[in-house]
Design a protein around this ligand. Sequence first.
Ligand code: PDD
Length: 284
Amino acid sequence: MRTVYVNGVYLPEDQAQVSIFDRGFLFGDAVYEVTAVMNGKMVDFDAHMDRLERSMSELDMSNGYERKDLLAIHKALIERNDLEEGLVYLQVTRGVADRDFDFSGLDAPLGLVLFTQAKSLESNPLAARGQKIVLADDQRWGRADIKTVQLLYSSLMKTRAKKQGADDVWLCRDGKITEGSSNNAYIVSHNNEIITRELSTDILHGITRVSVLKIAEAHQLKIVERAFSVDELMSAKEAFSTSASGFVNPVVSVNGTAIGNGEPGEVTEALRASYVRESQAASI
Ligand code: PDD
């Protein structure tokens, strides 16, 4: 059984509890981060905590946490759960209060929950075979750049994708791809340009995206940050997604149509291999 962290205490997972009045539960008033662990060490910890602080600040959540304490909790959970490979999930909620849309007078302590999930990241079978994607309209709220726990639309669309025999969904706004259910989206053009939507409130500013674009640059690949259309995706040489939980993940078909030759692409595979190597080397 896992040991988890809830509001200052480490507990067996079946004893961990949060209040029914927690605003995370009642309003989705909470933000989160997911950090990858390889060989018992975290990838891009500081970048995840920077983004957490930004999410909190965008939602007017006071930041009551010291980075070193969050680091200590992450490390303690990895150790207590003997986590070699997988994820650490962290959630901060606005805290516990009687149900009220207005939180302006609220003076409750923030809620903090962390737990680990064992997962095969480096040798994920999906990376070897490539993902089948279906497309759906992006009907999420307009601040996809804030990492809130309001994930219902993405969760519904991913479930629908699975029912259709696909692995994941990519979302589209005005005929252009925004991002995946829980990953950023890319195409590789026939002249080996890496095209991915520019940062805005339409997408989450992925931590893996930053690392992978740096690696692509080091591979002498041209990076073009702009929205790409469904037509461009369908005729791309390669496509892939990035996230803390999937690293660099090839896409082999979209709505049943093969992308490129229908196999994971060579540019994608090279980026994945470099990403695994470099993030492992920099992990803490
Ligand atoms: N998801 N876009 C969305 C909508 C996401 O939820 C995520 C991450 C990303 C990629 O961000 P990063 O590279 O920082 O992981 C992009 C996490 C893994 C999740 O919800 O489980």
